[in-house]
Design a protein around this ligand. Structure first.
Ligand code: NAP
Ligand code: ZN
Ligand code: ZN
Length: 349
């Protein structure tokens, strides 16, 4: 077994505590990664608090992992010691089903293996990136281009791919009108990536507090959803709306903002239902869709795209002892725009 230090929560309420976890000995295709940075995703909070279903404790969240390969298994061909690498939301899948064969491992018909809170093929409960080391099969590791610093690369492994994948899948092209709902970790990446794809980007945020930021990040327009006039003014405007909100909001109001044949893609994942009236969809042949992270090949493509276009998230680097405080700030929508844990501070009290 390989020892790793980690920050774990021992109950839905927390707090985080320093602990030791065991990683499996390297199998032939495994790489051992010395983690340097781990992003904090709102999904960490939903999961650890049991909002998506029961989980086991202690739980080490973290699926935005950036680090350096420190050892490789005997059959590894893709990576060598010293390589800068990342791991996102999954660490394995069946690799045989139709989805896996298409490179859409996130939609594995047998369920992908989550980076944390899942049981892997060895029967071990997976533990995530709020830790010093992780062992992952080389097929679920991606390469971080030299142009991207490791701290800012970390959030791309979830926030980056979760917004890149639907923007690609729904073929965003220059001049298209794209709205991003919620300017948090995912939302701010959605703005940057949609802008780089040439879209005319609108942010729909609860208030105008972050307007200057939004415009600086690449948005062309910025509206407050607390103002009912926003919905009148923008009715029928957008080709694509990307909803990144972590809470249940009135989907019918947002669907009314779609143009003919427009699609609202939901990536936000509140536990509560999002009720939809059929008459929000029928009149303009609108679609309501969902999307989950992205496959491994596409995650690599996204990292290369970000390197090529000079796209990195806006981050606030914190020490490991500040995780509880950072989570509270995420819950209060007070994050600009992603917290990233400096793993070198793991043992610091
Ligand atoms: P985040 O940083 O907390 O951002 C969420 C944003 O939603 C906030 O910044 C806020 O934006 C808005 N918001 C929050 N509460 C709201 C409310 N009650 N009403 C209206 N707007 C509200 O979270 P994140 O890490 O970006 O994650 C966002 C959601 O995506 C989470 O539910 C997460 O679990 C989910 N997620 C899904 C996938 C996937 O594969 N589909 C992957 C990763 C994350 P404003 O302040 O601008 O209004
Ligand atoms: Zn995430
Ligand atoms: Zn599969």
């Amino acid at each position: 077994m390989i020892h790793s230090h980690a920050r774990a929560t021992f109950s839905p309420e927390g707090p985080f505590q320093l602990t030791n976890i065991e990683r499996r000995e390297l199998q032939p295709h495994d790489v051992l990664i010395a983690i340097q940075y781990a992003g904090i995703c709102h999904s960490d909070i939903h999961t650890a608090r049991g909002e998506w279903g029961p989980v086991k404790y202690p739980l080490v969240p973290g699926h935005e992992i950036a680090g350096v390969v420190s050892r490789v298994g005997t059959a590894v061909t893709k990576y060598a010691v010293g390589d800068r690498v990342g791991v996102g939301c999954m660490v394995d899948s069946c690799r045989e089903c139709d989805s896996c064969r298409k490179g859409e491992e996130q939609y594995c018909l047998h369920g992908n293996t989550g980076t944390y809170a899942a049981t892997d093929r060895y029967g071990q409960y997976t533990q995530g990136g709020y830790s010093t080391h992780i062992v992952v099969t080389e097929d679920f590791v991606v390469r971080i281009p030299d142009e991207l610093p490791l701290d800012a690369a970390a959030p791309l492994l979830c926030a980056g791919i979760t917004t890149y994948s639907p923007l690609r899948h729904w073929n965003v092209t220059p001049g298209q009108k794209v709205a991003v709902v919620g300017l948090g970790g995912l939302g701010h990446m959605g703005v940057k990536i949609a802008h780089a794809m040439g879209a005319e980007v609108t942010v729909l945020s609860q208030s105008l507090k972050k307007k200057e930021d939004g415009l600086r990040l690449g948005a062309d327009h910025y509206y407050a959803t607390s103002d009912p006039e926003t919905f009148q003014k923008l009715a029928g405007s957008f080709d694509l709306i990307l909803n990144t909100v972590s809470a249940s909001i009135d989907m019918n109001a947002y669907l009314s903002l779609l143009a003919l044949d427009g699609t609202l893609v939901n990536v936000g994942a509140p536990a509560e239902p999002l009720p939809i009236q059929v008459f929000s969809l029928i009149p303009q042949r609108r679609s309501f869709a969902g999307s989950m992270i992205g496959g491994i090949r596409e995650t690599q493509e996204m990292l290369d795209f970000c390197a090529e276009h000079g796209i990195t998230p806006e981050i606030e680097v914190i020490e490991a002892k500040q995780i509880d405080e950072a989570w509270e700030r995420v819950l209060a929508s007070d994050v600009r725009y992603r917290f990233v844990i400096d793993i070198s501070t793991m043992n610091k009290e």
